[in-house]
Design a protein around this ligand. Structure first.
Ligand code: NDP
Length: 242
């Protein structure tokens, strides 16, 4: 019997993560989506996956909570022989000018992105290394590449994600594991609610906000054998913003 290909998407309950989960499901992967608290959205994502003939499960945990994450990841890895694809997508913003930024907002944005990367990627990469295959894609941001007023915490976290991914890519290439990053520009999800869209569109050469599916397709490509010689790279999906 052919081994089931398994993909784990953190923050797969809504927004970009949901689009990635649905896209990977249509590519034939069995999905594990994780999320922090919104059970309804996670269930909806699974409904979409099942309605297109796919299979999946949802696992709720806070990626910043090391103990809880370790417990949940242990359970996942006990159920699945391998995770073939890991997408580190969970992320938050807590914008504010640096001079006024609360320490709590600095910490939770950095923790969600970087502690989340550590807590989820470490157990998965060990299993991938044992199996001598795997692909990790992490979702950064255009803010990591150029900075953004009001997003010192977010830009720092997302730049850290790139540096961590490039380092990891060079460590695990010998095990047949590829590690890449996708850096989206502005994408139409709940995260950009309230942003001054008209002003923003003026600085996007394609003069429109991106769709979650447009990010998901790039993630699908990076996870596939079509990207077999690509590792340690950052792919921008931003309508020409850079
Ligand atoms: P959304 O806010 O729509 O979704 C965020 C997802 O992450 C949800 O599933 C949420 O779960 C989960 N999540 C948040 N915090 C945690 C946590 N501590 N532990 C576990 N899960 C968590 O975000 P987007 O879809 O817009 O963004 C997805 C990724 O893309 C993020 O990393 C974001 O930074 C990045 N990005 C987004 C851009 C955009 O314009 N939208 C642009 C560039 C990058 P729950 O709902 O249960 O809290």
């Amino acid at each position: 019997m052919k081994e089931e290909q398994v993909a784990l998407v953190t923050g797969g309950s809504r927004g970009i993560g949901r689009a990635i989960a649905v896209e990977l499901s249509s590519a034939g992967y069995e999905l594990i989506i994780t999320y922090k608290s919104d059970d309804g959205s996670a269930a909806e994502t699974l409904d979409i996956i099942r309605s297109q003939g796919g299979t999946g499960e949802k696992v709720r945990f806070d990626v910043t909570d090391s103990r809880e994450a370790a417990r949940r990841m242990d359970e996942i890895l006990a159920r699945h022989k391998n995770i073939h694809v890991l997408v580190n997508n969970a992320g938050i913003t807590a914008d504010g000018l640096f001079m006024m930024m609360r320490e709590e907002d600095w910490d939770r944005v950095i923790q969600t992105t970087l502690k989340g990367f550590y807590n989820v990627t470490k157990p998965v990469i060990k299993r991938m290394a044992k199996n001598h295959r795997g692909s990790v894609v992490s979702i950064s941001s255009v803010s990591a590449l150029v900075g953004n007023r009001g997003q010192a915490n977010y830009a720092a976290a997302k730049a850290g994600l790139i540096a961590a991914s490039r380092s990891l890519a060079s460590e695990v290439a010998r095990f047949g594991i590829r590690v890449n990053v996708v850096a989206p520009g502005l994408i139409d999800t709940g995260m950009i609610k309230g942003a001054p869209l008209q002003k923003i569109k003026d600085i996007i050469p394609m003069a429109r906000i991106g769709k979650p599916e447009e990010v998901a397709k790039v993630v699908r490509f990076l996870c596939s054998d079509d990207a077999s010689y690509i590792t340690g790279q950052v792919i921008s999906v931003n309508g020409g913003m850079l």
